[in-house]
Ligand binder design. Structure first.
Ligand SMILES: Nc1ncnc2c1ncn2[C@@H]1O[C@H](COP(=O)(O)OP(=O)(O)OP(=O)(O)O)[C@@H](O)[C@H]1O
Ligand SMILES: [Mg+2]
Length: 382
């Protein structure tokens, strides 16, 4: 475990970048430092691998002061990833990734095999191995940066805004990969970002820092959303924290109504049997059961084939109440469409039903009264 113990960093010009910061960073999980520009995130991260030395306080790794260890051996236990990846431009991808193993004296073949294996792990095709960094996209370069940091299998990974320079879709992919890699390899990751959504998505613990390098709150993401420590944290979380918090509640218990589901080739009798006053709409599916759209029940009975788009569906048993609510809000009929893993419609849920499920989830959470209030540290979906 990394313990940052009452650490202060004052630069020679008098700037206090970090002010009496104390953080217990648990092993084998992702801890995120988040906060506005200049709040001391990078300074904190660099004090962990001694690129910057604290003015006061100390940092321990598994109980030992990091100053007791030679800097080089300390850094070997800590991979470091930065924005734009910081790759060596004149080395190929495979050489970039093999850098640290080579420095550690691995022979060329061994290091290369390891590099190729890591390319696979971070989702890069081996055919890119002989390219140079400039021949890759920004997102691919970031993946190389992650692979390079993993190369010597360090127990700790320090990541400073590694995904900030890529577009939102690539970024989501990189975040998902990081969560997967962390799950597989169990690294201790300290991750810096100024993006609160990224922090909430990937963090097991999130430290919100404010200007002047002061800790505003240190909590699991669900707790940040449900109980921000003060106005600063609340502002930083943004307006829709209530909605975002629903990501932590599963939609698995949502009562689904199967009555209005009809296949596109249904007969008049079948349509009539499915038409009930509580749902003036029918969800029409193809012959495999995949939703095509909503139909007005009366018009369908009169022979109309017109369909109303259903927006998007949510996956029953996997997605969160946030996804279910979003589906209901986007659907012109106000009903969310639930599908199974194969995309087949398994039921529909009215906004009112989802609202009731949300109230129940809140009540259950209050009743369990756990520290975070929510059993799962990770959002159900993100
Ligand atoms: N070498 C330095 N000398 C003086 N002040 C510095 C130095 N490096 C950083 N600072 C100041 O320390 C504070 C914290 O800087 P730091 O780089 O840790 O912030 P940050 O949270 O990483 O910001 P950003 O989100 O913009 O990357 C800032 O006010 C910065 O100007
Ligand atoms: Mg920074």
């Amino acid at each position: 475990m990394i313990l940052i113990d009452a650490v202060t960093k004052r630069y020679p010009d008098g700037t206090t970048a970090v002010d009496r910061l104390t953080l217990e960073i648990p092993d084998g999980s992702i801890t995120v430092l988040v906060g506005p520009s200049g709040c001391g995130k990078t300074t904190t991260l660099r004090m962990i691998n001694r690129m910057i030395e604290p003015t006061e306080g100390r940092i321990t790794l598994d109980g030992a002061d990091i100053r007791e260890q030679p800097v080089n051996s300390l850094r070997r236990t800590m991979g470091y990833v930065i924005q734009h990846a910081g790759l060596f431009p004149h080395r190929t991808i495979v050489e970039n990734i093999a850098t640290v193993p080579r420095l550690l004296g691995w022979d060329r073949r061994e290091a290369r095999t390891r590099a190729l294996e890591l390319m696979e792990r971070v989702g890069l095709d081996r055919s890119l191995a002989k390219r140079y960094p400039y021949q890759l996209s920004g997102g691919q370069q970031q993946r190389v940066g992650v692979a390079r940091a993993l190369a010597a299998d360090p127990p700790v990974m320090l990541m400073d805004e590694p995904f900030s320079a890529v577009d939102p879709i690539v970024r989501k992919g990189l975040q998902d990969e990081l969560i997967r890699i962390q799950g597989e390899l169990g690294k201790t990751i300290v991750f810096v970002t100024h993006d609160i959504d990224e922090a909430i998505k990937i963090g097991d613990m999130v430290a919100v820092l404010r200007e002047g390098g002061k800790l505003a709150q240190y909590a699991p993401p669900a707790e940040l959303l449900s109980a921000p420590a003060d106005g600063f944290v609340e502002d930083f979380l943004g307006l829709d924290r209530g909605i975002r918090r629903l990501s932590f509640f599963t939609a698995a218990g949502l009562e689904l109504n199967t009555v209005p589901i009809v296949a596109v080739d249904s007969t008049a009798e079948q349509l009539a049997a499915r038409t009930v006053p509580q749902t003036p709409y029918l969800l029409v599916t193809d012959t495999e059961g995949r939703p095509l759209g909503w139909a007005d029940a009366k018009q369908r009975a009169a022979g109309s084939e017109a369909l109303i788009p259903f927006g998007h569906s949510f996956t029953a048993g996997r997605d969160s109440l946030r996804a279910a609510l979003d589906s209901a809000v986007l659907s012109p009929t106000g009903w969310a469409v639930a599908v199974d893993e194969n995309g087949r419609a398994v039921g529909v849920a009215a906004q009112e039903t989802i609202a009731a499920a949300i109230r129940t989830a809140h009540l259950e959470q209050q009743a369990t009264g756990s520290a975070s209030g929510v059993a799962d540290a990770a959002p159900v979906d993100a």
